[in-house]
Design a protein around this ligand. Structure first.
Ligand code: SF4
Ligand code: SF4
Length: 357
């Protein structure tokens, strides 16, 4: 049974973090020369629930990571906003305080536009054959995962598993996970500039009279056209069937965990909002801040977080302690599927021992 170490909110100070993370210290290797990725989410512009630089610094410093061999990282996204290309994303991370000299540098893991990828062959128990992940992952000696545990529109809740599976995916991998839908062109917005046609390596974009159309039979879902369109006319529909999305995301999480060594997952149970850090408005917290947990098992840590949030007294008078608050607001998105599938395919175990600091 895996330990999940729990630092309650009232002990979240530097001494508490050192004690919480003591078993995982020196993940940078004996001489601290390992190239270490610290996977974070610096928050979309306008979001206020992301884990702030001061808390990321507590983790980095408690693990005694070398600032010269460590980098903060994340991948680009499929939709508009400031996280779609690397230059904009780096400047957003800078604006949110993730910058030298207080923290290691922030580097985007999947290249300028999300096309730099490595491929990981998944074991036979997975329906997905190959995971298309950020190229930086295979060049990294090890990774520390820092996740914010909160609600999520498609996955029910998001913690370590979601951060691993979606967070390490290159653009093509993200599109695959969402790909019971393909990109489509909003004809009302399209200016017929044809910029998307030249970027499509699959000749999947056809011209119509005054607009273009994506041929689903030819499209491989690489996502290149989405970031190329100057007016945001190419979109994906996020309203996707839950099981396919969640199982692909969990299989990608397994792929990411196979691509590098991940000695520790750290989940923050603060600002536990109904929506995630990708949103400009994540919504008010559902419960009071609980604390922070750490474990070597991404399934065990998410199970422990779900149990802690379920047990917490809700801030909404209409809800009850002991209820799955994420399921209550999105009955068609059962986040526990992530935990069940994760255990089934060998990502981790739902059994854990909570060790309170
Ligand atoms: S997602 Fe890729 S393959 Fe599909 S239309 Fe866009 S550029 Fe072409
Ligand atoms: S890049 Fe955008 S605006 Fe230009 S043709 Fe393609 S979809 Fe239309």
């Amino acid at each position: 049974m895996t330990d999940v170490r729990f630092l309650p909110i009232e002990k979240m100070n530097s001494a508490g973090f050192i004690e919480l993370l003591a078993p995982y210290r020196f993940v940078g290797g004996e001489s601290n020369k390992n190239l270490t990725a610290v996977k974070i989410h610096p928050g979309e512009e306008g979001n206020s629930s992301y884990i702030p630089p001061s808390l990321v610094k507590m983790v980095v410093d408690s693990l005694e990571l070398s600032y010269r061999r460590t980098f903060l990282t994340d991948t680009t996204v499929l939709y508009g906003g400031r996280r779609m290309t690397a230059p904009d994303y780096v400047s957003l991370a800078w604006d949110h305080g993730f910058r030298l000299p207080d923290l290691p540098p922030f580097i985007v893991a999947d290249g300028l536009v999300g096309a730099d990828e490595c491929k990981v062959t998944l074991p036979e128990q997975c329906e997905t054959k190959v995971a298309r992940l950020a190229a930086a992952l295979e060049r990294t000696d090890n990774a520390v995962m820092i996740s914010h545990f909160k609600g999520h529109l498609l996955a029910g809740f998001g913690g370590s598993i979601k951060h691993l599976g979606m967070g390490w995916a290159a653009k093509a991998g993200k599109l695959y996970q969402h790909s019971s839908v393909m990109p489509f062109v909003n004809e009302d917005k399209c200016t017929f500039c044809k910029a998307c046609i030249s970027v499509c390596g699959s000749s999947a974009i056809e011209t119509l009279e005054n607009t273009v159309r994506i041929n689903d039979q030819l499209c491989t879902g690489c996502g290149d056209c989405i970031q190329r369109c100057p007016v945001g006319a190419i979109r994906v529909s996020w309203n996707q069937e839950a099981h396919t999305f969640i199982s692909r995301m969990v299989e990608y999480a397994l792929g990411a965990s196979m691509a590098t060594t991940i000695p520790v997952y750290v989940n923050f149970l603060t600002n536990i909002s109904p929506d995630c850090d990708c949103m400009k408005n994540e919504g008010p917290p559902m419960v009071k801040d609980i604390g922070v947990v750490a474990s070597s098992d991404p399934v065990a840590i998410d199970q422990a977080c779900l149990d802690l949030v379920t047990a917490a007294i809700p801030l909404d008078d209409n809800a009850e302690a002991g209820l799955d608050k994420f399921l209550k607001i999105r009955p068609d998105r059962d986040g526990r599927e992530q935990l069940r599938i994760g255990e089934e395919i060998g990502l981790g175990s739902r059994e854990y021992r909570l060790v309170k600091i």
